[in-house]
Design a protein around this ligand. Structure first.
Ligand code: AMP
Ligand code: MG
Length: 464
């Protein structure tokens, strides 16, 4: 079993499954927690652009909502605990591989500052799960702000309609956007408008963060897009090692629909699907409703761009990004692509030279800057000389946005291989190291280095 004590403390969870057998029974899906009434929630969704009127939850069981001592509300869900009313003939179970992937990557994403569902526990069931081969089964305990998806709204809009969509929208707004309304960040007069505007803001920020980290989600179906703006469903997801502007890892994504460069456009598309479901609630007049919805979704590209520029400015040690900086930034990306430079380490190399710390870090052993990058860095330093504001704060922002350690595919793969053999110590160490992704630590060569040729993982599988 993997147990996330840090998250347990944030939730105000008392005890642990190691010392409380009834907790272990609950996290293994054998008996509910006291006061829990497990349910499976229903949703629909567009999978690779095709509408499916009923998708899930086929292998997830909501144990209930959890209120933290400070009053924050979370869903606690078991993934892989067995069939539900929506399993559509599936077994409702999960092999240990996908459970480990989700545990490791979602916790690393959280440490990187990306809004995400989290992993409280991973429990092996001792039961085999039959896929292409027989694999050991496991259950993940997932914690999210909620599991309301675009696909949840789609199900009620397309299959149930009427007042039920309105009730759901009111609920989603009160659960996720009450604070934004109170702060005056979102309009309050129409819940559907509030929801669309709020989700648009969440997605723009979320996907901009994915992009600058080189994270490829892999299955951005509308059922995998949470209204609360957290990353969910760590199926065939992967981080780039060498910078590849067309990066796509998922074995089932043959057209590259969900490739790295397409993620902002796809989240914009997903938003349009949400808007379509909300049309009857936005305005009684169909034309006015469409105009309002269109205006809201049209904000997405500019919102995304603004966040993306902010991330790039921080990561490149620039006070801001002006139009004149566009060519410089493009050349950096071109060099990374042409030289197949490790994206994470290339950004970190800039961070170390900006802070005069290259000689004090293990980076020279991990990353050799080619002549083209060294040349480019001269122009970049000239541009940095024009920065206004506190130089220290700008360097600090670089350190806080350019990770040293990310959950690289070969690390995740090793974790999965070890878990299948019942070995968890190294996985604990990986999770622990990934919790401090912006610092250097002794022994970091193991965690920060790119994969060797034979470790490289180029295809990932969703593991359903
Ligand atoms: P996902 O790729 O995890 O987003 O899967 C899409 C949907 O397929 C999920 O919402 C589940 O309802 C369903 N599903 C995936 N795996 C299983 C399984 N082993 N048993 C039942 N349903 C499943
Ligand atoms: Mg899913």
């Amino acid at each position: 079993m993997l147990w996330n004590q840090g998250l347990a403390e944030e939730l105000g969870w008392e005890g642990s499954p190691a010392s409380h057998p009834e907790q272990l029974q609950a996290l293994a899906g054998n008996q509910p927690l006291p006061s829990s009434q497990p349910v499976a929630t229903v949703y629909a969704g567009h999978q690779f652009g095709q509408y499916n009127p009923q998708l899930g939850d086929g292998r997830a069981t909501l144990l209930g909502e959890w209120l933290t001592p400070s009053g924050d509300r979370f869903d606690v869900q078991l993934k892989g605990a067995g069939p539900t009313a929506y399993s559509r003939g599936g077994d409702g179970r999960s092999p240990i591989g996908p459970v480990i992937r989700e545990y490791v990557v979602s916790e690393a994403m959280h440490a990187l500052g990306v809004p995400t569902s989290r992993a409280l526990a991973a429990v092996s069931t001792g039961e085999p799960v039959v896929r292409n081969r027989i694999e050991p089964g496991a259950i993940l305990t997932r914690v999210a702000s909620s599991h309301l998806r675009i696909g949840t709204i789609q199900y009620f809009a397309m299959t149930r309609g009427g007042d039920e969509v309105g009730t759901l929208v009111d609920y989603a707004v009160s659960r996720h956007f009450a604070d934004h309304i109170a702060r005056g960040d979102l309009p309050a007069n129409n819940a559907a408008v509030t929801l669309l505007d709020g989700v648009c803001a969440h997605f723009a920020r979320l996907v901009s963060h994915w992009q600058v980290l080189g994270f490829v989600h892999g299955v951005l179906n509308t059922d995998n897009a949470l209204l609360c703006g957290q990353t969910i469903d760590y199926g065939p997801c992967a981080f780039m090692d060498h910078f590849d502007p067309q990066a796509c890892f998922s074995s089932i994504d043959r057209q590259g629909r969900y490739a790295w460069p397409n993620q902002p456009g796809i989240m914009h598309w997903n938003l349009a699907v949400l808007a379509e479901c909300l049309l009857p609630l936005i305005d009684d007049d169909e034309q006015r409703s469409k105009e309002t919805a269109q205006q809201l979704i049209d904000q997405f590209p500019a919102r995304f761009h603004a966040h993306h520029q902010q991330w790039l400015a921080a990561k490149l040690g620039l006070d801001r990004i002006t139009e004149a900086d566009g060519a410089l930034i493009q050349r950096f990306h071109d060099i990374m692509a042409a030289e197949r430079l490790d994206m994470t380490l290339a950004f970190r190399w800039l961070t170390e030279i900006a802070g005069d710390s290259l000689d004090d870090s293990p980076l020279p052993e991990l990353f050799a800057a080619p002549a083209s990058l060294i040349d480019w860095s001269g122009e970049w330093q000239d541009r940095r000389a024009l920065n206004r504001g506190e130089a220290d704060a700008i360097t600090q922002a670089m350190r806080a946005t350019n990770p040293t350690v990310i959950p690289r595919n070969h690390l995740v793969q090793r974790a999965i291989d070890l878990a299948e053999q019942g070995q968890l110590e190294w996985i604990d160490a990986l999770v622990e190291r990934s919790a401090a992704p912006f610092e250097w630590r002794p022994g970091d060569e193991e965690w920060a280095r790119p994969p060797s040729e034979d470790e490289r993982v180029t295809r990932t599988f969703c593991g359903t």
